[in-house]
Ligand binder design. Structure first.
Ligand code: SAM
Length: 213
């Protein structure tokens, strides 16, 4: 994702701080207080420009959505999408998701989405993949037992790596599909990357994992 220099990004995010968690680490264990209703909490890591989280929030008003995106200039796009959707069940966090246990209490999250995560193709960078064991350890702790992880990607190598990583870690693979759009699943909300890759005819891989060891 491109990171153009946008000096107005800080001002824009400040003006829209009702959509953003400005001190996310102080919300640990109390995220429900950031929403108008107490309801299941779903987290997207690497929310990009927000098409997925805004679409999910519209489709599932009975869920609270949190989106983490580490690139500020990309987060601006997500804030715009959430504003346009006029939804109240989304909070965005401009942070790196590397220390989730400092941001979330044990069992605080019901569902994690990893959408088109950076593939980090070089072997020496695999530890940066969001499905590396060090991340799975964090997901295991912050997710409720029987909570879910949904991963979507166009990248076969990342997908195979992730299946193996979930499986080695002992999490339960509930569902695996090698061509998501063939299923015509009406509950699927497309991300920006998903739209781009599927328009080129690339298959989209998806797996559903349960936090049950
Ligand atoms: N999920 C979006 C989609 O499917 O269209 C964006 C996909 S883009 C390839 C990956 C995004 O994840 C980028 O915006 C990147 O900045 C963000 N990202 C990657 N690692 C992250 C991390 N550790 N914490 C927060 N954001 C991260």
């Amino acid at each position: 994702m491109r990171n153009r220099n946008k000096p107005w990004a800080d001002d824009f995010l400040k003006e829209n701080n009702h959509i953003l968690a400005e001190e996310p680490f102080s919300n640990k264990g109390n995220w429900q207080q950031s929403f108008s209703k107490k309801q299941p909490l779903h987290l997207e890591i690497g929310a990009g420009k927000g098409q997925f989280i805004a679409g999910m929030a519209e489709k599932f008003p009975e869920v609270n959505f949190l989106g983490i995106e580490r690139v500020k200039t990309v987060m601006v796009g997500a804030v715009k999408k959430v504003k346009t959707a006029e939804v109240e069940n989304v909070v965005l966090v401009n942070e790196d998701a590397k220390d989730l246990r400092d941001m979330f209490g044990t069992d605080e999250i019901d569902h994690i989405y990893l959408n088109f995560s950076d593939p980090w193709p070089k072997k020496k960078h695999h530890k940066r993949r969001l499905t590396h064991e060090t991340f799975l350890e964090q997901y295991r702790d912050v997710l409720k037992s029987d909570g879910r992880i949904t991963l979507k990607t166009d990248n076969r190598s990342l997908f195979e790596y992730s299946l193996s990583s979930f499986s080695k870690f002992g999490m339960t693979l509930e569902d695996v599909t090698l061509d998501l759009h063939e299923l015509e699943d009406e509950s699927n909300v497309m991300t920006e990357y998903e739209q781009k890759f599927s328009a080129k005819g690339q298959p989209i891989y998806r797996c559903e994992v349960i936090n049950r060891i």
